[in-house]
Design a protein around this ligand. Sequence first.
Ligand code: NAP
Length: 360
Amino acid sequence: MEKYKVGILGATGTVGQKFIMLLENHPWFDVAVLAASSNSAGKKFKYAVADKWAEDKKLPSKYEDLIVMDVEKDAKKIAGEVDFVFCALGCEKEKIKKIEEMYAMLECPVISNNSANRMIDDVPMIIPEINAHHMDIIPHQRIRLGTKKGFISVKSNCSIQCYVPAIHAAFENTVKDVLVCTYQAISGAGKTFKTWPEMVDNIIPYISGEEEKSEVEPLKIWGNIENGKIILNKNINITSQCVRVPVSNGHTAAVFVSFKNKITPDEFIKKLENFKVHEKSVGLPSSPKKFIHYFKEEDRPQIKLDRNLDNGMGVSVGRVREDTQYDLKFVCMSHNTVRGAAGGAILLAEMLCREGYIYK
Ligand code: NAP
């Protein structure tokens, strides 16, 4: 099979670098364009990332001498050279929103990590194992944009990608109230301990915009398509607190949840163990062998032991217990730059290719 040519917008950033590493030997996708801001444009990629390479492994040599393109000025050229782009830009929301729409209107599909277009009602926000059916909204979006091929699809915020799957296991019991506290890694802010030394031995009880996203994005994932729009599931109440912790990679969440049809811890554990992923997410190059890993050990999931399960695409859940105020409580965790960012976006793109929404 001839591979799809892909571009990475924001290639020099933390998530952009993760895309590069995950796509190095991808069976379907070939990275043809690396693009970033005008500060990096025109430089060989190895020089553009010289002082900000955050991956443990070295930059693969095939990308070292690629000349970084300018996300905005070179947009037409990039759109002409690739079959679709991954977007991992880190600038003002309004600017990202315009850039993503510009690429879609240049007939270049955009698979985005950014929040700028996430809550637009005809932009599908997809965790493939859960709401793959939201792909059906794409023809409606194409009508709005006046495109044949171009569209925007997004993955959700990184922090919800551990607790939404876990709660989804018991979705048929009708989720009512959710309280969630997240403990989020510094790579989620595009940082390492080298670039953010203040985070060593520290906790910061504020992540800008994160609590709003944690409370509303699950309602879109669990929403329904009606008259060409994704309507939020307003029957679920979610409240959250999000805290930055001194961890390099991996977001953890402590979750309390009540259902309309009460469920016991043992019943919930059974549902976690027998989780059925959406059929359209199965058998893709980045599909995890096992989506949800349930641990009965009291001290799991742990960041260091469990974040790389299934190549960072697995979600870990443990400490399932009865609660005094909610039906259940548990702890869950997933890798924020793999499952929560680049890996989740790659899995989404693979599904969109196989389903014919992205084509050459
Ligand atoms: P980052 O490390 O700060 O990287 C930002 C990227 O955007 C760089 O390539 C940068 O290029 C480019 N950029 C910045 N300003 C620009 C401008 N005005 N025009 C064009 N390009 C510009 O950010 P990140 O952590 O990778 O995050 C990227 C996006 O993904 C953010 O929206 C973030 O919220 C989202 N996200 C991150 C995570 C995570 O775990 N890190 C998870 C999910 C979603 P230069 O190097 O040339 O400046």
